[in-house]
Design a binder for this molecule. Structure first.
Ligand code: BV8
Length: 246
């Protein structure tokens, strides 16, 4: 069943110079990566993600948290970008400015060919020293978690709950949000802040806000257009409709 895409939306996109996009775990679901809230199936079902993805959770049980990320990293290594990621890389070529802001830590947008990717919550492929906050590329895996040369534990280079987002990434995301004509919110439950503020700031800055999600979210009632479908289906259709009128 194809999703109806209103002609008005296609025309606004065709007329736009600057587009901003916010993606969440939903765009990687069709690649086989469980979304954040159901990332805890099986072994992890016993834990609250907001417990594990926190400095306190890591301090309390560094081995458990390290192993949770090691399992997620291994799963990500085994998947590929899906049609939704590819369509966003295709859309990027059609606009003067196209800023892709993601909450995801899986590198799938970059692997799909997107160039302007802003990672608000870091990247699971990187590891950093928990004391010096510097990224470490080589380390001896003699213990779990491994240690930095300074002696402190290494940790994933991701933003945990209660931690500040990287200032440069947030500034780039806010600048793109404030100046875009169209803002696409894709595959996110729009519950985690300050990322969830971005579509609302786009709205108050006068942008056309579009949501692509099979479910309704906290953002749905504010969006100008809600396309109720999977990103892997809706985004290729959007790209095809745009190409047809160019
Ligand atoms: C911070 C990395 C300042 C780690 C993650 C108000 C203002 C500021 C902060 C707060 C605030 N209120 C509360 C807070 C604190 C907190 C927060 O927002 N809590 C929430 C729960 C209320 N925020 C923070 O702590 C942030 N830091 O604010 O710093 C500060 C500092 C100190 C003290 C105070 C303030 C840091 C947040 C970042 C946390 N790190 N990830 C890791 O991944 O392990 S968050 C993580 O969860 C993701 O990155 C993402 O952001 C979030 C999950 O959300 P989604 O991506 O939306 O995924 P979800 O599973 O929820 O939904 C998937 C959606 O996809 C669904 O809607 C589904 O329908 C849809 N879908 C499914 N299939 C498809 C699909 N859509 C399309 N196609 C499909 N096929």
């Amino acid at each position: 069943m194809s999703i109806a895409i209103p002609q008005e939306l296609i025309e606004r996109l065709a007329a736009a110079r600057r587009v901003a996009v916010l993606t969440g775990a939903g765009i990687s679901a069709e690649s086989g990566i469980p979304t954040f809230r159901d990332a805890l199936t099986g072994l992890w079902a016993r834990y609250d993600p907001q417990e594990l993805a926190t400095p306190e959770g890591f301090a309390r049980n560094p081995k458990l948290v390290w192993e949770w990320y090691a399992e997620r990293r291994a799963r990500i290594a085994g998947v590929a970008p899906n049609a939704g990621h590819m369509a966003l890389a295709g859309l990027e070529q059609r606009f003067e400015q196209f800023t892709l802001v993601t909450q995801n830590i899986d590198s799938l947008h970059q692997r799909a060919g997107s160039r302007e990717v802003v990672e608000l919550h870091g990247n699971i492929a990187r590891v950093k020293c928990s004391a010096e906050q510097t990224v470490v590329s080589e380390y001896a895996a003699t213990e779990t978690p491994p240690r930095c040369r300074c002696g402190a534990l290494l940790r994933p280079d991701v933003v945990w709950f209660g931690e500040m987002l990287p200032a440069a990434a947030l500034a780039r995301a806010e600048e793109a949000t404030e100046h875009c004509e169209v803002f696409l919110s894709i595959g996110t439950s729009a519950q985690v802040y300050p990322a969830a503020e971005l579509p609302l700031r786009a709205l108050s800055a006068g942008a056309t806000v579009v949501e692509i999600n099979p479910e309704r979210t906290a953002l749905s009632r504010h969006a100008h257009f809600v396309l109720p479908g999977a990103a892997g289906k809706v985004l290729p259709a959007l790209l095809a409709r745009l190409a047809a009128i160019a």
